[in-house]
Design a protein around this ligand. Structure first.
Ligand code: DQA
Length: 146
């Protein structure tokens, strides 16, 4: 069974409270519960984690490489400027693992600083603008892998 780490970055622990008009009314726990149901349906072993800390995220990406786990990553604000996270994400994809960059909102329809992703170029692909459904689509990409 393929293993997937679903990693959520800074402020995503505030889902439901934080700008609900942008991110919806579901909490991070609601999102994690939905991801776990979807993973079961798709026959994937999933673990959902959230941190506000850049070095913790970097460590989790190293762990994914070492454990041969695919990654669904919402890097949140780190998307736009963290070269450290980019370098860690690149290690996942160059190891032959899938890394799907996910955003709940569509950053390209928002402020200009959100139009740049330093993660996108080293990801397998990006899903943005579909809310929690983006995580389901990302898991489907992993499940469809030969
Ligand atoms: C986000 C978009 C980012 O620009 C923002 O900093 C976030 C969440 C999203 O899921 O839409 O924290 O990654």
């Amino acid at each position: 069974m393929a293993r997937v780490l679903v990693l959520n970055g800074p402020n995503l622990g505030r889902l439901g409270v934080r700008e609900p008009e942008v991110y919806g009314s579901e909490s991070h726990a609601d999102l994690a519960a939905a991801v776990e149901i979807w993973a079961k349906e798709l026959d994937l072993e999933v673990e959902v984690r959230q941190t506000d800390d850049e070095s913790t995220l970097v460590g989790w990406l190293h762990e994914a490489v070492d454990a041969r786990a695919h990654v669904v990553l919402n890097p949140a604000a780190f998307t736009h400027y963290s070269y450290a996270l980019r370098d860690s994400a690149a290690q996942v994809t160059t190891a032959g693992l899938v890394l799907v960059e996910v955003h709940l909102s569509n950053p390209y329809a928002r402020e200009t600083f959100r139009h740049v992703s330093v993660i996108g170029p080293v990801a397998s692909g990006t899903v943005a603008g579909f809310g929690a459904l983006g995580y389901r689509l990302a898991l489907e990409v992993v499940a469809a892998r030969p």
